[in-house]
Design a protein around this ligand. Sequence first.
Ligand code: UD1
Ligand code: UDP
Length: 361
Amino acid sequence: MKLLHVVGTRPNFVKMAPVIAALRAVDPGGRHVLVHTGQHYDRMMSGIFLEELGVPEPDHMLGVGSGSHAQQLGGVLEAIAPVLTGERPDLVIVPGDVNSTLAAALACAHLRIPVAHVEAGLRSFDRTMPEEVNRVLTDQVSELLFTHSPEAAANLAAEGIRGDRVHQVGNTMIDSLVALEGRFRGRGACAGHGLDPGTYLLVTLHRPALVDGPMLGAAIDALAAVSESMPVLFPVHPRTRAALDERASALPEGLLLVDPVGYLDFLSLEADARAVLTDSGGIQEETTYLGVPCFTLRDNTERPITVEQGTNVLLGLDPARIAEVPGLIAGGHAGPAEPPPLWDGRAAERLAAIVIGRDRA
Ligand code: UD1
Ligand code: UDP
């Protein structure tokens, strides 16, 4: 069996590393091809993840890079089509909800190559988010849909996707975290920023709805105010950095804006944080597994289980609410919980058994 895996962005590497490893382990004689679209390309957004997660060197680098949605979607479609035609894989595996995911899936659909979608069925029901459009369309053209959340099957059924294509395998992003637990626990990455474990608010913000407009300035002002009562560490995504540059000089001492950090360091920072403020999808999940309080600066989440479990509080897309975070932490409004079912480090193993079993059937 020949499998082709597609990655392109920071969260994709985390979701796919265990899948690639598990499929290689269960089918050592199989052929595996890795395509990197190049949607993310800085070392701290790409290369360091491949290294720390032990992902093999990509066989094809498409070098699509940054641009508008049209440029990224079109760029991946155009660049991946000859790779697919040349490689003729039996199955293409795509993760998550980024532009690279949808473009690769669409190229396969037109070439009649079956697609498997890792992290299928998540829905925010907010079509103003490019990721929601990418999820819905990728699921529609996928033959195998691997889910990690209990509500995913119902979401897919509501869109007319047959239940026999859907497999609840668990969370492969959590597989990566579990596999590296021995390396990030006790790593003490916060000391490198002059911080003590359990004392600081870790922040990531990168959604266009927040950072591509005036709300970003209001969020920085609110974080500056919070930093008077607890240190704030903010590894800044490049999209956010581009919007921030002119403000970055006038920050208070307690608000630390740093470059994006590698995966092991980030997991260490998350595990040791007093709480996390974010608009990331993956970080809502990781904090749920780690039992770290998470405050999500969005109106909705495609990951409601993180809220139901009690670790995640949806603050709304409103920078003014950042001021409430210290009080919410003190009041214990988000806190440790049990990880959801099948967020156990073995999702990729279950996924691989299904892929290979289907081929042998
Ligand atoms: C993308 C995904 C988003 C995901 C995020 C993960 C889409 C539509 N969005 O958003 O769902 O949550 O990745 O981080 O696919 N840039 C660099 N260096 C890089 C990569 C990006 O400087 O290595 C800068 C460029 O200025 C670029 C901007 O970041 O224009 C945005 O990058 P892009 O990949 O378009 O979107 P993200 O915001 O990263
Ligand atoms: N992450 C990281 N360094 C950072 C910020 C995030 O390693 O500076 C990791 C984080 O642990 C998670 C993933 O990147 O595994 C989440 O990516 P991101 O928030 O960019 O994307 P999303 O999940 O929102 O699509």
